[in-house]
Design a binder for this molecule. Structure first.
Ligand SMILES: [Zn+2]
Length: 450
């Protein structure tokens, strides 16, 4: 007689907090999904399996930003607990989180809500955490979880595969009476994510170890952690779960030691330099298109996206037409309101009393998750301006504005990770170590190493 497939609930709170961004993240910044809408969302599609029945409880996610408002954290936690309480009885819970959520005055906000879930469910229901590998489990969050799985790619492309690994662990625990042990071994290394892509270097080597687990280790993952954490808080590390305590601890220790020993091999996968070096690179010109990452002010890593340092550098030093994409400037949207394409507009310069004179080149259009984008031209530089923080739009969205990035010899993006779509056709990437809350040079030890 086959047993009926177990029922698992999907739930979670996901936010990466960059404490250097002093704007508090409010509940309004979260996309909240309930029930069937949660299971149908593109981020969670592909989790169906004959081995389990999945119910959507509640999941809330915000883009990377400042610390959470305490009221938001408690409301989101209550909403999640309420959704689990109203749902059917389940045999296990998958909690999807980032692992670097901080609230106002509370550094380990993930542990707070995860512990609240454990307290509500009791010890009889297995709970597995799905973490971003830029987060970090803590002793307190691990104490409330039966296991943790994490993404194995940077940039991330394996979110669904990681959730499936978590669900498989829950399914495997069904009817297995063996006690399991969870081990975490961390090491203090604050590392900009851009230095740790998963397709090369120490992170690739550490991930390869995860395919050769000792017999009694059931699961293991490695973490790069969050470079913007308060001093001393961020660590690289390894989490492992197994039925043999000694093997599990030894595997976590050895894997973290391998990462730590290779720490000098973490390197940018492209040329990088500060704004002076970026200016020289622009003056030197290029046979290829040059694609610049404005890494110090990347909203994807929690920055505001409103700094104009790279724009000023491109204006002063680009010898050809250039396109800057993703500047967050609500004031420029206000300045363009009611204007027609081709009209001159005064664009206030942040932190100064003067303005650039630009020309409106494309009217506002919906872009990305919520906001609007328009295009203005200042001299030889066109700027795609967003009215709110968002990840850099992909080229297809820019083309819809009537501007083709491939036609510009120089493109600058408000991101640390240049999407592949911007590098097609032989473009050269350049990482600008620019000012901003995600300035790599402000991480102790990070800028000294190449
Ligand atoms: Zn991440």
């Amino acid at each position: 007689m086959g047993r009926a497939a177990p029922t698992f609930a999907l739930a979670g709170l996901h936010a990466e907090s960059n404490p250097r961004n002093e704007t508090l993240t409010l509940r309004s910044a979260f996309r909240e999904l309930h029930g069937r809408d949660l299971l149908a969302h593109r981020e969670f599609r592909g989790l169906d399996d004959a081995a389990w029945r999945l119910v959507g409880a509640y999941h809330a996610r915000a883009a990377s930003g400042g610390r959470l408002d305490r009221g938001a954290l408690s409301t989101l936690t209550d909403t999640l607990l309420d959704a689990l309480a109203r749902g059917p009885h389940v045999d296990g819970v998958l909690l999807c989180t980032h692992g670097a959520m901080r609230a106002d005055g509370l550094d380990d906000a993930d542990a707070a809500w995860i512990s609240a879930v454990r307290a509500a469910l009791g010890t009889g229901v297995p709970i597995i955490g799905v973490f971003d590998n830029h987060g970090t489990p803590t002793a307190r969050s691990l104490a409330a979880l039966d296991a943790v799985v994490a993404f194995r790619t940077i940039p991330h492309v394996d979110q669904v595969a990681t959730m499936r690994r978590g669900l498989s662990l829950l399914a495997g625990a069904e009817g297995d009476e063996r006690a399991t042990h969870v081990a975490w071994r961390g090491a203090p290394l604050r590392l900009p994510s851009e230095r740790a892509p998963s397709d090369r270097g120490p992170l690739r080597d550490a991930i390869a170890r995860l395919d050769r687990l000792p017999t009694d280790v059931l699961s293991a993952d490695v973490f790069i952690g969050n470079a913007w954490a308060p001093a001393g808080a961020a660590t690289i590390g390894t989490v492992a779960m197994g039925t043999d305590r000694a093997q599990t601890e030894a595997f976590a220790t050895a894997t973290t030691r391998a990462l730590w020993s290779a720490r000098d091999r973490f390197a940018y996968p492209m040329e990088a330099g500060d704004l002076d070096a970026t200016a020289e690179r622009l003056q030197r010109g290029s046979d290829d298109r040059l694609v610049i990452a404005d890494s110090g002010d990347a909203p994807g890593a929690g920055a505001l996206g409103d700094r104009v340092d790279v724009l000023e550098t491109v204006l002063a030093h680009a010898t050809t037409r250039a396109l800057l994409i993703g500047l967050v400037a609500p004031a420029w949207h206000a300045a363009c309101e009611g204007r027609s394409v081709g009209e001159r507009v005064a664009l206030p310069r942040p932190g100064r009393h003067d303005a650039w004179t630009g020309t409106l080149a494309a009217l506002p259009r919906p872009m990305g998750t919520a906001g609007l984008a328009l295009v203005v031209s200042i001299d030889h530089v066109s700027v795609v301006v967003l009215d709110q923080r968002d990840d850099v739009p992909l080229p297809t969205a820019i083309v819809a504005l009537g501007v083709d990035p491939e036609h510009y010899p120089v493109v600058a993006l408000k991101t640390g990770f240049i999407p592949d779509a911007y590098l097609s056709g032989g473009a050269t990437p350049w990482l600008a170590l620019s000012p901003g809350v995600t300035d790599h040079r402000s991480i102790p030890g990070a800028a000294a190493r190449r």
